[in-house]
Design a protein around this ligand. Structure first.
Ligand code: ASP
Length: 351
C-alpha cells in the first residue's frame, strides 16, 4: 500500500513536461509511411535508399536535440527534409489527385501547451509543415485550407513554388494507373511538368501495392521534457472532391500532449479520423494508465484492424518511451534516444 501511495504522490508531483528521472535527454521516432512493403518487391538499392533516408532523418533530429533545440524544431526540420525527398508522399513526390494536382496536407502540435497548426489542400507551398507551424505561431487559428492557406503562406514569407515543383513521373504514372482502374479520365499533364519519361516498373508495382502510403511523420522529445509531433502528406492517389485525410486532423493523424505522449499516424485516413487514433492512444496512456506500446497496439492491432483500416503509428512519451505499431506488412520507421544506437526498420519481421 505504501509504495502505491508513494507512486501516486510522485505522479501528482510530476508536472507535465517535468523531466522523469530515468528519461533519456532526448528521443526521436519517425515514419515514412506504411503499406504493402515486402522484401520481395524491393530491390536492394531501394531498400538501402529508404534506410539511408531514415538514417538521415535521425541525424537531422539528433543535431537539433543534442544541442538543446526544441522538439518542435526537430519535428519541422526533419519533415522539411522529407518533403524535399521525392521518395516520400509529401512535398515533392506527393501523389496526384484525380484532377492531376498535388494537394498537400500537414499538421504540427506542441505537447507543452497543446498549441497546434494544420493546413489542407495546399498546392504551391514548398514546405507544408512550416506553414502548419506558421499557422500555430502566427495566426489566431488552428487550421487553414486551400487558397486562404496559400495567401497566409505568402504573407508569412514562406517559400512558394510553381506547382510543377512537386511533380514526379512515378506518382503521375501511379495516378494514371489508378484512374484507369476506376475508369476515370486522365487529366492533362500539369503545365511546367518535365516531358514524359519512362518509369521503373518495379517502382510502379510498389506504388500500386502500397498505393495509399508514403506519408511522413515525426515525434520528438527535447531536453526540456516536451514532446511534439508532426505529419505531412499528399494524401491518397487519385483522391477526388477535395478529399482530406487524417494527417492534418489533430487527434487523428497527429497529437502531442506532455501529460501522455505524442503520435504521428499513417494509413487509410478515413479510418484514422473516425477512430481519432492519435489522441485515443494518448488518452489510453493518460486515463487508463496503459504503457505506450500497449496503448498503440490496442488502437492499431485491435480497434483499427476490426474496422478494416490499414496503417500504423509512431509514438513517444515525455519519459522517453518509444513505440510503433502497424497492421500492414511494413512501415518505413526509425528511432533513437540520446546515448543510444539508431534503429532503422522497414518490414514487419524486423524489431
Ligand atoms: N493517412 C494519409 C491520408 O489518408 C495517407 C497515408 O498515410 O499514406 O491522407
Amino acid at each position: 500500500m505504501r509504495h502505491v501511495l508513494i507512486a501516486a504522490m510522485s505522479v501528482l508531483l510530476t508536472a507535465p513536461g517535468a523531466l522523469a528521472e530515468d528519461a533519456p535527454d532526448w528521443a526521436l521516432v519517425v515514419h515514412g509511411g506504411a503499406g504493402v512493403i515486402e522484401r520481395g518487391a524491393m530491390t536492394p538499392e531501394t531498400d538501402a535508399a529508404y534506410r539511408a533516408a531514415m538514417t538521415r532523418a535521425l541525424a537531422t533530429g539528433e543535431a537539433v536535440l543534442e544541442s538543446g533545440g526544441s522538439a518542435i524544431d526537430a519535428v519541422e526540420r526533419i519533415i522539411t527534409e522529407f518533403e524535399d525527398d521525392a521518395m516520400f508522399n509529401s512535398g515533392r513526390g506527393a501523389v496526384f489527385t484525380a484532377a492531376g494536382r498535388n494537394e498537400l496536407d500537414s499538421s504540427i502540435m506542441d505537447g507543452r501547451d497543446l498549441n497546434a497548426g494544420a493546413v489542407a489542400g495546399v498546392t504551391s507551398v514548398r514546405h507544408p509543415i512550416s506553414l502548419a507551424r506558421a499557422v500555430m505561431e502566427h495566426s489566431p487559428h488552428v487550421m487553414l485550407q486551400g487558397e486562404g492557406a496559400e495567401t497566409f503562406a505568402a504573407e508569412q514569407g514562406l517559400e512558394i513554388v510553381d506547382p510543377a515543383f512537386f511533380f514526379t513521373e512515378r506518382r503521375w504514372a501511379s495516378m494514371e494507373r489508378e484512374l484507369g482502374r476506376l475508369g476515370l479520365p486522365i487529366p492533362p499533364r500539369p503545365e511546367g511538368a518535365p516531358g514524359p519519361e519512362p518509369v521503373d516498373e518495379g517502382a510502379l508495382l510498389r506504388d500500386s501495392r502500397e498505393h495509399r502510403f508514403g506519408t511522413v511523420g515525426v515525434v520528438a522529445l527535447d531536453m526540456q521534457g516536451h514532446v511534439a509531433a508532426g505529419t505531412s502528406t499528399g494524401g491518397t492517389t487519385a483522391k477526388r472532391w477535395g478529399r482530406v485525410g487524417d494527417s492534418p486532423i489533430l487527434g487523428a493523424g497527429t497529437y502531442a500532449n506532455d501529460r501522455s505522449c505524442g503520435v504521428s499516424a499513417t494509413g487509410t485516413g478515413e479510418y484514422f479520423i473516425r477512430l481519432t487514433v492519435a489522441s485515443r492512444i494518448c488518452a489510453l496512456v493518460e486515463f487508463e494508465g496503459l504503457d505506450l506500446q500497449a496503448a498503440a497496439d490496442r488502437v492499431i492491432q485491435d480497434e483499427l484492424t476490426a474496422m478494416g483500416g490499414d496503417g500504423g503509428v509512431v509514438a513517444l512519451t515525455p519519459a522517453g518511451e518509444i513505440a510503433w505499431s502497424f497492421n500492414t506488412p511494413g512501415m518505413y520507421r526509425a528511432r533513437q534516444s540520446a546515448g543510444g544506437q539508431p534503429l532503422v526498420a522497414i518490414y514487419g519481421d524486423e524489431e
